[in-house]
Design a protein around this ligand. Structure first.
Ligand code: ADP
Ligand code: MG
Length: 341
């Protein structure tokens, strides 16, 4: 076969394979876009576990009419313009892939109104070349992205969708993680028209309130506060004591520079700390925030940005491990078993 350029939609569908694994990935990408747009309130409306519909509405900056076509094109972003920007990244997004990918594997309508523009507009990408159709619409300041029939045109992916209940659990988990990382912001999660979670943004004691909203009121009562600062790296958060062990990983929340992570190095460091203090453990519960200079960490490792690469991996691992270990030991009022050299 001769070399041919792929139709845009097919190229985007292939790219979507990396970022859009299931409905919860769509929720993650779209909510992160709302946060990057400075939203203070985000509503997530799900129908049938996301199989049927995922609709995210925010009160952020909106997208100017003349940028709508670009917003839906691959490799188009307003967040970075150079490699230096990427190395000092402050936003959650930077790949310029999500909207192009999601719209290649669903029926996506973007409706938006920036404050400075008097009308709202709707955009929809169509056909193999994904030409963008733009129409006038009604919408308050902000953006709504409506994703209907996810994977309708990629049957192989659609086959891998789990039961609606399971997919919704993944969505709820994603929303909880993001809500913990942004305690000042209001999140409303609906399923089939009913409000399932309402996390109101708080001004006073925002983080403690949000942790109680997400992890339950009892979590902070038993948890130990841990914090450390070393060489520009800070770690702080609450770690569950032995009484808060669980059979699943559903209460393990870890954030790097405000981004929810399931990073292997951090998971290992945390587990090791627990294992040193309590010899046999189930799944610990914790909410931990690691902050360091963006130059010290590469977020461009995984398309869905679940993992990062630390420049000083060993140092971070040991700092996290020791901080948690010390806090647990102090809480137990016990000393560590003496380790042989
Ligand atoms: P990225 O987030 O990596 O830039 P996306 O494909 O997710 O790429 O989004 C493309 C662009 O569309 C963003 O850079 C941003 O300018 C704009 N955008 C997307 N969602 C929103 C939103 N909810 N509010 C305002 N602008 C948005
Ligand atoms: Mg994005």
């Amino acid at each position: 076969m001769p070399i041919l350029k792929l139709p845009i939609q097919l190229a985007n569908q292939i790219a979507a394979g990396e970022v859009v694994e299931r409905p919860s990935s769509v929720v993650k990408e779209l909510v992160e876009n709302s946060l990057d747009a400075g939203a203070s309130s985000i509503e997530i409306d799900i129908e049938r576990g996301g199989h049927k519909r995922i609709r995210i509405r925010d009160d952020g900056t909106g997208i100017p009419k003349e940028e709508l076509t670009l917003a839906l094109s691959p490799h188009a972003t307003s967040k970075i313009a150079s490699l230096e920007d990427l190395e000092a990244i402050g936003s959650l997004g930077f790949r310029g892939e999500a909207l192009a990918s999601i719209s290649a594997v669903s029926r996506l309508t973007l409706t938006t109104k920036p404050q400075a523009q008097s009308e709202a507009w709707s955009a929809y990408a169509q056909g193999r070349e994904m030409g963008v159709e733009i129409e006038p619409a009604a919408h308050p300041d902000g953006t709504t992205i409506d994703v209907v029939d996810l994977f309708y045109n990629t049957p192989a992916r659609r086959k891998f969708l789990r039961a609606e209940k399971t997919e919704f659990q993944h969505i709820e988990d994603t929303v909880k993680r993001i809500a913990l990382s942004r305690p000042f912001i209001t999140f409303v999660l609906k399923h089939n028209g009913k409000v399932v979670k309402r996390f109101l943004g708080n001004k006073k004691q925002a983080l403690e309130n949000r942790i109680s909203q997400v992890c339950g009121k009892g979590f902070l009562d038993q948890a130990v506060y841990a914090s450390v600062e070393y060489d520009g790296v800070t770690l702080n958060g609450w770690i569950g004591a032995r009484s808060a062990m669980r059979s699943s990983t559903d209460m393990q929340f870890c954030f790097v520079n405000g981004r929810a992570m399931r990073d292997k190095l951090l998971l290992h460091a945390i587990r090791q700390a627990y294992e040193t203090v309590y010899c046999d453990i189930e799944q610990p519960s914790y909410v931990l925030f690691l902050n360091l200079s963006p130059e010290e960490v590469d977020v461009n490792v995984h398309p869905a940005k679940h993992e990062v690469r630390f420049h000083n991996a060993r140092q971070i691992h040991d700092l996290v491990c020791k901080c948690i270990q010390d806090a647990l030991v102090e809480d137990e009022g016990a000393t560590l078993p003496i380790q042989s050299p």
